[in-house]
Every structure is written in structure tokens, then in C-alpha cells.
Design a protein around this ligand. Structure first.
Ligand SMILES: NC(=O)c1ccc[n+]([C@@H]2O[C@H](COP(=O)([O-])OP(=O)(O)OC[C@H]3O[C@@H](n4cnc5c(N)ncnc54)[C@H](OP(=O)(O)O)[C@@H]3O)[C@@H](O)[C@H]2O)c1
Length: 278
């Protein structure tokens, strides 16, 4: 309960908030002392940047809940501990967690040294990017049903769209892109399912965001060259291409979350505008 307004504090769950875009979502939401911000992190002790943020925060409204999106039971336990703190409800769920590890990030479908490596990377990506989103939404749904906003935002990626893969002719990032595409469909399935209950379920792409400041892996020089090549193609493809700072990307995401309503169900929010495509 808010001391200032006497109303229940708007509550947010950020799934995957230990670094990058998720960490900045937590930071910006926590600036408003009226918000209760719950962060799902799979390794609380190892989440250096998140722990630093909690220490520095003067609002005292960031609550870390340890859970791994791959494990449905741990997400259910996380939801139970959030329910205890909020009295059973949740207003907004932002599902941000994704498998972004660099070893296989830029590989295309024929770039794997053997079939086992390809299968493992696709299965791990599916577990985090697709089942992870499903586990998160299913676990928090009972709380969201009791909340006042009934909003679910899945953080997606232009990379997970056929329009982008074909339009920019990017063969790489195959496991990531394929599973992000499936995650977008998961958001649409939830929109269909939950629209009759007054929910709003959307996918928001943050755009290209430079998250190196809070990264846990150092980029290989070859990946940096690959990325520079992709950026040149983005510049050709989009009239308004820009790479965002986490601050810029998150401020845009949070304005979208604030403004969406059921008429936006199943929408995909991208910042970029295509030049004329062939
Ligand atoms: N950065 C971009 O340019 C860009 C562009 C388009 C879309 N996106 C999307 O934006 C979102 C954030 O991207 P980012 O660049 O900020 O990624 P990031 O810096 O790599 O952060 C990924 C987050 O997901 C968490 N995570 C991964 N696996 C998890 C699991 N099994 N359980 C719980 N949490 C898990 C990580 O936690 P740990 O610290 O424990 O690993 C981390 O907090 C993703 O959905 C991504 O697809 C990013």
C-alpha cells in the first residue's frame, strides 16, 4: 500500500533483470517510489549489476526473486513469493529474459561443426526463449488476473521476423531468430486467449541496444566485425536506423507499456521504418 496515495502500489515483474535491457527496466521503474518492482534473476548472488543497483537505490522498492525461466516449478515458486508480497496480485509482467550467449550467436543453419552442436543450441534457445516465456506467463497469470492493469509485454526482436531476415538478408543468428519468432507467436496466442478477460498482450522490440557495459561475455573480434557489417545493412534498410542506449530503449519500452490497451492486443512494436524493399 502506498503511504502517499493509500492505493495499492502498481506492481511490475521484470523477468531477466540482471543486466542489459532488463536491468535498465528495473532501474527506471524503481525511480518511482510508488512502484513495487520484482525482478526475476536466475542467479541472485551472481547478478553483480542488479545487486549494485539495489544497494544504490534510495526508494527501497526493488525485490529480487531467484528463478530460472527454463524451470517451470521455479517460476511458480517465484510467483508465489511475489503474491505473498503484493497480496496476490500483479499489474504488469515484462518478459525480457533471452538466450543471448555469444558462442553460437552469429551462426547460420550450415555453420555448426556437427549436428549435435546444432541441435543443442536450438534446443537450449527454445527452452529459454520460447518455453521460458510460457513458464513466466503461466506462473504469473493468476496474479495478473487479480491485478488492475492486466498487461503482458514480451520483449521481442526484429531479428525474429521473416520480413527482417529476408529484407536484410541475414543468414546468421539462426537459433536466436527462429526461437524469437516462436516467442512472438506465443505472445499472440496469449493475446487470443486473454483478450476476453480484458488483458493486453504485446511484443515490443527494444531495437538494437548497446548492452556491452553490463555484459558478462566479451565479444570476439570476429563477432564485432560481423555486427559492424549488420549495422551497415540496417543503415541501408531503415530510414531511421539508430542504435539505442539502454536508457533510450527502456524509456521507449515503458512509454509503450503505459499507453497500450486491449485494442493493441497481438501487436509487434518496432521502432525502425523500412526504406522501400524489393
Ligand atoms: N540488445 C539488443 O540489441 C536487442 C535487440 C533486439 C531484441 N533484444 C531483446 O531484448 C531482451 C534483452 O536483451 P539484452 O541484450 O538486454 O540481453 P542480455 O544483456 O544478454 O540479458 C539477458 C537477460 O536474460 C536473462 N536470462 C537468460 N537466461 C535466463 C534464464 N534461463 N532464466 C532467467 N533469466 C535468464 C539473463 O540473466 P543472466 O545474467 O543470469 O544470464 C539477463 O538478465 C531480449 O529478449 C532480447 O531478445 C535485444
Amino acid at each position: 500500500m502506498s503511504a502517499r496515495t493509500g492505493l495499492a502500489m502498481p506492481s511490475y515483474v521484470i523477468v531477466g533483470g540482471s543486466r542489459g535491457v532488463g536491468l535498465e527496466l528495473v532501474r527506471q521503474l524503481a525511480v518511482d517510489a510508488e512502484n513495487a518492482v520484482f525482478v526475476v534473476a536466475r542467479n541472485e548472488a551472481g547478478s553483480k549489476y542488479l545487486n549494485e543497483l539495489v544497494e544504490k537505490s534510495t526508494t527501497g522498492n526493488i525485490h529480487i526473486v531467484q528463478a530460472d525461466v527454463v524451470e517451470a516449478s521455479s517460476m511458480k515458486a517465484a510467483a508465489a513469493s511475489v503474491a505473498k508480497a503484493t497480496g496476490g496480485s500483479l499489474d504488469v509482467l515484462i518478459h525480457n529474459a533471452a538466450r543471448t550467449e555469444l558462442t553460437h550467436a552469429f551462426r547460420g543453419l550450415t555453420d555448426y561443426e556437427d549436428d549435435d552442436t546444432l541441435d543443442t543450441e536450438f534446443i537450449q534457445s527454445f527452452k529459454v526463449n520460447v518455453l521460458g516465456a510460457i513458464h513466466a506467463v503461466n506462473a504469473f497469470l493468476p496474479l495478473l488476473r487479480k491485478g488492475s492493469a492486466k498487461k503482458i509485454a514480451i520483449i521481442g526482436s526484429e531479428g525474429g521476423t521473416s520480413e527482417y531476415a529476408w529484407g536484410i538478408r541475414i543468414p546468421g543468428m539462426a537459433a536466436y531468430a527462429t526461437t524469437k519468432a516462436a516467442e512472438h507467436l506465443v505472445a499472440t496466442k496469449y493475446a487470443v486467449l486473454l483478450e476476453p478477460e480484458g488483458f493486453t498482450v504485446v511484443t515490443i522490440s527494444p531495437g538494437l541496444v548497446d548492452t556491452r557495459a553490463t555484459a558478462v561475455e566479451k565479444a570476439d573480434p570476429a563477432d564485432t566485425t560481423e555486427m559492424a557489417g549488420q549495422i551497415a545493412r540496417f543503415q541501408e534498410a531503415f530510414t531511421n536506423f539508430k542504435a539505442f542506449t539502454p536508457e533510450e530503449a527502456v524509456s521507449r519500452i515503458l512509454s509503450i507499456v503505459a499507453e497500450i490497451s486491449p485494442k493493441d492486443n497481438a501487436s509487434f512494436w518496432s521502432y525502425y521504418e523500412w526504406r522501400k524493399k524489393d
